[in-house]
Structure formats: structure tokens, C-alpha cells
Design a protein around this ligand. Structure first.
Ligand SMILES: Nc1ncnc2c1ncn2[C@@H]1O[C@H](COP(=O)(O)OP(=O)(O)OP(=O)(O)O)[C@@H](O)[C@H]1O
Length: 515
């Protein structure tokens, strides 16, 4: 249990609970937050982390318990009330309005006025200062948010939080959409804010981020705070065990030594794929049972390559062969169906993967319609059995099958997306950085599942921004740079060092900037 400080902390939460219907999202939670410290909140998907911070940020009202700021009881009826008290939040889902400019978004809650009108000049100055404080001075305040890539939008989000002049800054997986360069910048900014005396709450599933940033850690499990300790005083495995409440062993399943049958065509082969100047002369093949990784810095063509294979891009040059025969994949609908039987597991569950107002059952059974219906009639027993299997395999935590997908925690929503695709039993599985926001325990299950699918004959292409994942999961890794494959690493050659060196394309000495 957490040690309680003798002096009163900047912020304290005592015995806070929150239930959603029958689900206990938070159960008698206790938390002390100190000024000048970075406090990591850890826990598996659905442990209650987002609920905790939504309560702190005035988004959700607790059912019971109290909160104290500077030793005084506080309760926030709205996000504006929490913000006025000095609590700002950067959520994992972006809150910016795409059609407005960066400056409008930053000042939206409190625009500066002059003679009753919005003072554009003052607004721009506020935005410039906030962007500079967030280490994003390169973003122009007049740019429309919709014209910025996701990682830059996230920086605007951080600037927006800083513009309210918070004493407590909460970041809920705020770095999961950032490029490595931006993450390094954000970390420097956060450390600077710490030395200015801000209290920071940091939620992330990435253990190396916690190790680098945090001073204090609190672990939540099933809505309760189960441990509180100084960062660095526990090993990673110990921390994970606290999170998942069971023993934790090696994350990655052993890599298989594969022997490809002579004369057998690879399941998937691309020859000289090109698309505008963004994909250039890409050739590779994936055999039955193989997991081939795509590595490199973000934005080097990896996502486009997956879209190209899935039939989304028009006007591609080169050819794709499946089982040795030229494949004419006219679009995603054709890609999904036999004989191709492809699946593309997306990273962005909100726009590509899930129908949030629909129930978990509807989301899942819709995907597997071909497998659960015969002659146009849905076999309910079969549907139930398939869905059950997936819920168990991926440890999806939901109050039931008939709740809307939008009521699941972020990580659990992503698991439903993965389940949805895997239920179709695809033969070619394309994964687009699918484990963002997924807790370490479930990642382990996912890696095992991928291995099993490969062993059952699937061919897998796995793009990941997480080096550990490429090292642990893949038989080979193709590193992309500026739309080309610049290196192919195999077996034990796949190391962090090799991946980083080839990602920067240092050996080839090629000039260029990463997008
Ligand atoms: N609006 C809601 N309606 C119903 N249940 C909810 C709602 N919001 C959260 N829950 C449930 O509360 C529990 C805690 O969810 P919460 O989002 O706090 O988890 P989390 O620790 O942030 O997870 P993740 O790491 O996946 O983001 C989950 O079981 C979730 O399904």
C-alpha cells in the first residue's frame, strides 16, 4: 500500500470510488501527488487509470471519496473548474478541433478579448509562448490543425494544456502518437516543468518511458491502488507482476528456426512495388509461418506499404503475388475475401477499427459474418463460441457483450479491433503498429497468438514503432528509409543497435530528413 507523507501533499485523493453500472472502475483509491515530481500511474488495460484522472480533471464525478488541494477539500463540477484550480490534462484521444487554427485551439477555453472581440494578436502571442514551452516552436499558430500530422497535433495538445498555466499536468498516453524525435523533446520539456515545480502525472504502457521519467510510481489493479514506490526501486518484472497480479515470464515466444519447403512459393511476394515517390522499388517475400517486421523511423513508407498490399492505393507499379500467382487485389473488400484472406489490423481504433456506439458483440460478429452464418442465417451458438474464444485469448475486459464498444477502456477497445480481424482467420495478416495503448501482459498474449497463427500457416507482416517488439517477434525485419527497403535483418542480426543504425540509414550515408 502507498506510504502516506506526514506533510500534506499538493494534491490528495482519499477513498475515491467510481462505478459504471456493475463495473467498479475505481475502488477506494488513494493517491498523493507532490509538486516538482513526475508520478507514473501504471496498470493493465481497464485498471482504472483513465477514470482516476478523469475524476481529477473534472470530467467525471466520483461516487464517493474526497480530494484535497493544498490540504483543502475540493470538488470539480466541470473540466473548467479543475482547470481553474490548476489541473490540466492531455488525454490519449485528441481534443482539438481540426478546422480551427492552432492558436484558436490553444486559446479556446479562454480567448483574450479586446473591445469585446477576440484579440488575434494577443491570442497568437499566447499560442507562440505555449508552443515554445512545449518545445514545438516550429508549429505556426495560424496553421489549421487538420493540416498537421498526428504527432504535431499531439504537441499542440500539450501546448494547449500548458497555456492554462497548470500546477498539475496530467498526461494520459500522450506520447503514444509521437515520433521518436518528438518524444525526446517532450521528455526534455516535462523534466523542465518538473524543475519549475509542477507536479506531473504520467500514464504510459511503455516501461522504458517510465524508467526514464518517473520519480514515483503507483500501480493500479482492478480499480485499486496496490503499490506505491520510488521509481527504480523495483525491477520491470516486479512492476509488471504488480500490474497483472500474477507471475510474469519472458515476454517473447522463442523464434522458430524455419525451413522453407523447397520449390514452395511464398504466401506473399511483392516485386518492385512503387507508388508516386513514396514507395520505391520494394521487393520482398513472406513464407508460410513467417513473421516479417517493418522497421525504420516513422513515416518512411511502412504504413503506405501495408495499404498498398491491402489494395487501398491506386496507381501502384510493380506486382503482388500470392502463392506464386499474380494477385489482382482491386480493393480492401477483395483483399479481405478468399482466396487472398488478408487482414489489416489498424492502429487507430477510433477511425479505422471500431464502431463505438455499436455493442462489443455487434462489432465482433459483424466481422465474422461469413464464419457464423449459413444461407443468410446467423448461427448464434457458433457466434457466441467464437466471440468467447477471442475474449479469453486477448483477455478483453468488458462488462458484457451488449455494452457499447465506446464504454471499454482504451486498451480494451484496441483488443476488440484485433479480435475482430483475427476472427476472420486471415491467411495474410498485416499489422500496423497495433499495440499502442495495450498493456504488457496482453502484448505477451498477442505475440503468442501471432506465433500460433504463423505456425498454423499464416504469413505475417508486422509494422511496429517499438524496437523490442520487432526484436522479439520477427523472423526477419525490413528497414525502410525514404520509401525504400535499405536493410534486411535476419534472426540474431535483429538488435536494437542494428535497427537504429539502419533506420537512420547511416551506413548508406544517404542524405534526407525523416518525415
Ligand atoms: N463510460 C463508461 N461506461 C462504462 N464502463 C466504463 C466507462 N468508462 C470506463 N469504464 C470501465 O471502467 C473500467 C476502468 O476503465 P479505465 O478507462 O479507467 O481503464 P484504464 O486503466 O485507463 O485502461 P487503459 O489502459 O486500457 O486505457 C473498465 O472496465 C472500463 O470498461
Amino acid at each position: 500500500m502507498g506510504e502516506i507523507q506526514a506533510t500534506s501533499p499538493l494534491f490528495r485523493m482519499e477513498g475515491v470510488s467510481k462505478r459504471y453500472g456493475g463495473v467498479r472502475a475505481l475502488e477506494s483509491a488513494h493517491l498523493d501527488v507532490e509538486a516538482g515530481r513526475i508520478h507514473a500511474i501504471l496498470g493493465e488495460n481497464g485498471a482504472g487509470k483513465s477514470t482516476l484522472i478523469k475524476i481529477m480533471a473534472g470530467v467525471v464525478a466520483p461516487d464517493e471519496g474526497r480530494m484535497l488541494l493544498d490540504g483543502q477539500d475540493v470538488s470539480f463540477r466541470s473540466p473548467a473548474a479543475a482547470s481553474a484550480a490548476g489541473i490540466a490534462c492531455v488525454f490519449q484521444e485528441l481534443s482539438l478541433i481540426p478546422d480551427l487554427s492552432v492558436a484558436d485551439n490553444i486559446a479556446i477555453a479562454n480567448p483574450p478579448r479586446r473591445f469585446g472581440l477576440i484579440d488575434r494578436r494577443a491570442q497568437r502571442a499566447i499560442a507562440e509562448e505555449a508552443l515554445a514551452r512545449a518545445g514545438a516552436e516550429d508549429i505556426h499558430p495560424r496553421t489549421a490543425v487538420k493540416d498537421l500530422p498526428l504527432s504535431r497535433r499531439q504537441m499542440v495538445e500539450i501546448a494547449k494544456a500548458l497555456a492554462s498555466g497548470p500546477r498539475i499536468l496530467i498526461l494520459d498516453e500522450a506520447t503514444s502518437a509521437l515520433t521518436a524525435g518528438d518524444v525526446a523533446k517532450v521528455f526534455a520539456v516535462l523534466k523542465g516543468l518538473r524543475s519549475e515545480g509542477l507536479a506531473l502525472l504520467y500514464i504510459s504502457h511503455r516501461m522504458h518511458e517510465i524508467a526514464e521519467l518517473a520519480d514515483t510510481c503507483t500501480v493500479f489493479r482492478n480499480g485499486r491502488n496496490v503499490a506505491n514506490f520510488s521509481a527504480g526501486s523495483r525491477t520491470n518484472s516486479e512492476v509488471v507482476e504488480m500490474m497483472i497480479g500474477r507471475e510474469y515470464s519472458n515476454v517473447f515466444p522463442p523464434r522458430q528456426k524455419r525451413t522453407i519447403e523447397e520449390g514452395k512459393a511464398p504466401v506473399l511476394e511483392c516485386r518492385n512495388l512503387g507508388w508516386s515517390d513514396r514507395l520505391r522499388d520494394i521487393s520482398f517475400s513472406v513464407g508460410e509461418g513467417e513473421v516479417v517486421g517493418l522497421g525504420g523511423l516513422e513515416g518512411q513508407g511502412q504504413r503506405l506499404l501495408l495499404l498498398a498490399l491491402f489494395g487501398v492505393l491506386r496507381g501502384m507499379s510493380g506486382s503482388v503475388l500470392i502463392d506464386g500467382a499474380p494477385a489482382a487485389i482491386s480493393g480492401p473488400a477483395a483483399a479481405r475475401k478468399p482466396p487472398h484472406s488478408m487482414a489489416l489490423i489498424p492502429e487507430d481504433r477510433k477511425t479505422e477499427g471500431l464502431m463505438l456506439p455499436m455493442t462489443v458483440r455487434e462489432n465482433l460478429s459483424f466481422a465474422a459474418l461469413d464464419r457464423v452464418s449459413r444461407g443468410g442465417v446467423i448461427d448464434r451458438a457458433k457466434e457466441e463460441q467464437l466471440i468467447d474464444e477471442m475474449l479469453r485469448l486477448l483477455e478483453i475486459k468488458t462488462a458484457g457483450l451488449d455494452v457499447p464498444a465506446g464504454a471499454l477502456s482504451g486498451g480494451n477497445q484496441q483488443k476488440v479491433v484485433i479480435a475482430k480481424w483475427l476472427m476472420r482467420e486471415p491467411r495474410i495478416i498485416l499489422l500496423n503498429d497495433p499495440t499502442r495503448g495495450i498493456d504488457v501482459g496482453t502484448k505477451q498474449e498477442l505475440y503468442r497468438l501471432l506465433r500460433q497463427l504463423a505456425e498454423a500457416g499464416a504469413a505475417i507482416v508486422f509494422y511496429s514503432t517499438d524496437y523490442d517488439e520487432l526484436i522479439g517477434c520477427c523472423d526477419r525485419v525490413l528497414v525502410l528509409y525514404d520509401g525504400r527497403v535499405v536493410r534486411e535483418l535476419e534472426g540474431d542480426q535483429i538488435s536494437e543497435r542494428a535497427l537504429i543504425a539502419s533506420a537512420l540509414n547511416v551506413e548508406a550515408g544517404q542524405e534526407g530528413t525523416a518525415a
